[in-house]
Design a protein around this ligand. Sequence first.
Ligand SMILES: [Mg+2]
Ligand SMILES: [Zn+2]
Length: 183
Amino acid sequence: MKLIFLDRDGVISIFTPDDYIKKWEEFKFIPKGIDGLKILNDAGYKVIIISNQAGVNKGLFTINDLNEITQKMLEELKKKNINNILKVYYCIHTKEENCECRKPKTGLFKKVEEDFGKIDFSKTYFIGDSDIDIIAGENIGAKTILVLTGKTKSKKEIEKWEIKPDYIFKNLKEAAEFIVKKE
Ligand SMILES: [Mg+2]
Ligand SMILES: [Zn+2]
């Protein structure tokens, strides 16, 4: 199975600094994010989304709000003939709860393996917009891609990161084109 792991906010949907997407009305796709998903879809790649949503346990929105966002997001993508998202995984815990699933920890990836069987992560990519995503990708042994459509805005910011992405692209569309061409 050709599999790609994605972060959500800042990759396929807008990133809101110091805030969360609390309800569907606040959710907005990044156009190049949709383009990227479509390219992966059409090339036969399956996608799994791995996202930290601590706003739930901070009491800013509920699990139901989050589930509604997910459901509507998938519906909107289906309308665009994007049907390759296998599942969306969230960590809803705050940093202070010290759970095993908050990225950069790898608990959600273990859950993926429970659901879908053993995965050779070295053959997959993790695509995100923050240093946390890159560390998470590194922690599972995936190839890492940073996109500049979210938290990280420029290559300059990466200079001080201890763990650097394997690749950097402006957006998910360019990342997807690279993957499809390379593999
Ligand atoms: Mg993000
Ligand atoms: Zn968690």
